[in-house]
Design a protein around this ligand. Sequence first.
Ligand SMILES: Nc1ncnc2c1ncn2[C@@H]1O[C@H](COP(=O)(O)OP(=O)(O)OP(=O)(O)O)[C@@H](O)[C@H]1O
Ligand SMILES: [Mg+2]
Length: 493
Amino acid sequence: MKLADLARGAGAVLEGDGEVEVTGIAYDSRHVVSGDLFVAVQGIHIDGHVYVADAVAGGAVAVAIERYVKVPAGTPVIHLPSTRTGLAELSAEFYGRPSRHLKLAGVTGTDGKTTVTHMAEHVLQASGIVAGAMSTVAFKVSGREVDNVSGQTTTEAPEVQAWLARMVEAGAACAVIETTSHALVQERVHACDFDVAAFTNVGHDHLDYHATWEDYIEAKARLIDLTSRSADKGVEKTAVLNRDDPSYERLARRPISRRWTYGLTTASDLHPLDLAITGSGSRFRMRTPMGDTEVTLNVPARFNIYNALCASGVCLALGVPAEDIGRGLAGFEGVRGRLEPVDLGQDFRVYIDFAHAAGSLASALAELRPFTQGRLIAVFGSTARSDHDRPGMGRAAAEFSDFFIITTDDPLSEDPSEIARDVQAGAEGKAPGRDFEVVIDRRTAIRRAIEIARPGDTVLLAGKGHERSMRTARGSEPWDERAEAEEAIKERL
Ligand SMILES: Nc1ncnc2c1ncn2[C@@H]1O[C@H](COP(=O)(O)OP(=O)(O)OP(=O)(O)O)[C@@H](O)[C@H]1O
Ligand SMILES: [Mg+2]
């Protein structure tokens, strides 16, 4: 693409030769290849402006900057008020504004984003609409799946736009993208023309810090603002909001053309009637603003009823008839690593789950309780991430399980034993040996849990989910939670 066209499309000021052909967009000078436009972005730790000369030496044919910096002579420069929003605009322009060629939904919230994203994508596909999805777990285009190994739920703007373009190319009419608050703050989805903004819940983990929680809601609420001001594609701009969540009052104040609420009471636009919990999930009649439909969910846990209502709101807003939604949901078999059963015919249940914060660990355990005749055994650890409440995880396990094993989960450079001690500090009144054990090696911890499980017990392996690596002081090592669980069960059988 010609640099002058790219700059014009992104509404940017160009200085220098506009005839230059741009063949890619880069924001990391180490990954620049010949023909790229290098966009200097100010990150938390690194300022791209420092690497402008390196990028040009590496083959960049032009640079985009937001503050004065010395640029090698002869290199054309794009001046932007913000290179963050600029990166998004330039990427969207480079890939032909793909989100204007399909109907787009964004899903945000604290828990359930990935599940809602894949549920909605599944329902769309099942109703005959070619759809795409991007999530923590995978990128999907027209039913074909690629693992998301980026380590990011919502990738940077150029990747987001490239995937949307791939979807358009594959003939997708709709796409659903999981959108973290990080991504919203960093403007990674800034140039996405959303039609639907869907919300799960907003962070009970953050309720201790009121100001933080307010900021957190504000960040997520930007998805509504992005949606209400994006290009019109003939879909009424819709916010799908959780009526039962404390975030509702604040989110409902954001202006948008249409607001649909969901919840378990009749005060919501989408809600279940005659709800029955079954062995493998639930059954209910769903009331929606577009009529009723029978729903059978084959995924356990009460929160999945919320996720299903949210995904239904998304699909309804994107134009799927109500009765197709009921049919589509019945075929949804869950997301990899989210309460994923590991069943080799053993007489106790084993689930793998990605829950790695106090709140989600508590809710995963609470959800498995009604399905458990015997003891509920949890295996989990806390990560090195500073926003994870370690004692909170210990408290959650102490309160909601019958026995737990504290182990390792992405300690990075920290000492896993120290992390385990922090977790253990939350398990007040619980005695080591009687109520819990600390087994630092995760492989051994999983084997231990499976070794002590009795008929009717449930073992929850929490934290790793779909992830394929364990990040320690030695670097990133391959990890496969399912393979470990299966190996341990086979040994025992
Ligand atoms: N609606 C919900 N409310 C509360 N907890 C949920 C909900 N949906 C899922 N969970 C729990 O959170 C875990 C993660 O679910 P999911 O991956 O769908 O969420 P996410 O928002 O994408 O998470 P992440 O921020 O880690 O990407 C689930 O395995 C389950 O334990
Ligand atoms: Mg996710």
